[in-house]
Design a protein around this ligand. Structure first.
Ligand code: AR6
Length: 174
């Protein structure tokens, strides 16, 4: 199980996988951070699909996920999930972050995805404490891939060194 998890420091848009997870917002219409990078490099096809989903179901709730194709990215799909904005830890933030990973995996499995890259959801603009977020991510990913044969590789892609070091320590303990 452990050897399926791959820790990478870098830009998630540059890594070849079946599905890239995006840390989106409820509008699904793009933003800054990793969302900005995915839409910038993926091109307008992704935005058009997001607009269609928004028209149909009014966007995406916090903790949920939707899937589109990946435009010009080196992937088949982008799974857009909406992380919780950190308030004080008493607003269900941890459970909602866990749901982001669970619902992303659910869509990945439904769509035959074998390899998937996750960014550090909610730890940028949404200010989720990085160590707490990493613990939730690792535990949830671990549970999702245990006894799951379809998923061959899960990349945890850290853009910043601080997150990378937190994950390195956590993954060493697995
Ligand atoms: N590749 C991988 N990780 C990245 C990249 C990249 N190219 N760019 C940034 N990160 P954030 P959030 C990291 O702010 O906190 C957007 O405006 C970044 O260092 O992208 O979930 C959305 O539209 C951080 O560790 O997402 C929403 O409005 C992590 O990605 C809101 O921000 C997440 O930071 C979502 O906030």
């Amino acid at each position: 199980m452990k050897n399926k998890i791959n820790l990478i420091q870098g830009d998630i848009t540059e890594i070849v996988v079946d599905a890239i997870v995006n840390a989106a917002n409820s509008s699904l219409l793009g933003g800054s951070g990793v969302d900005g990078a995915i839409h910038r490099i993926g091109g307008k096809k992704i935005l058009e699909e997001c607009q269609k989903i928004k028209a149909k179901q009014g966007g995406c709730k916090v903790g949920n996920a939707v899937i589109t194709t990946a435009g010009n990215l080196f992937a088949k799909y982008v799974i857009h999930t909406v992380g919780p904005r950190w308030i004080d830890g008493k607003h269900n933030e941890s459970e909602l972050l866990k749901q982001c990973y669970l619902n992303s995996f659910k869509l990945a499995l439904e769509n035959g995805v074998k390899s998937i890259s996750f960014p550090n959801i909610s730890t940028g603009v949404y200010k989720f404490p990085k160590d707490k977020a990493a613990e939730i991510a690792v535990n949830t990913i671990k549970n999702c891939i245990q006894n799951e044969i379809q998923i061959e590789k899960v990349n945890i892609v850290c853009y910043e060194n601080e997150n990378y070091q937190i994950y390195r320590t956590l993954l060493e303990k697995l």
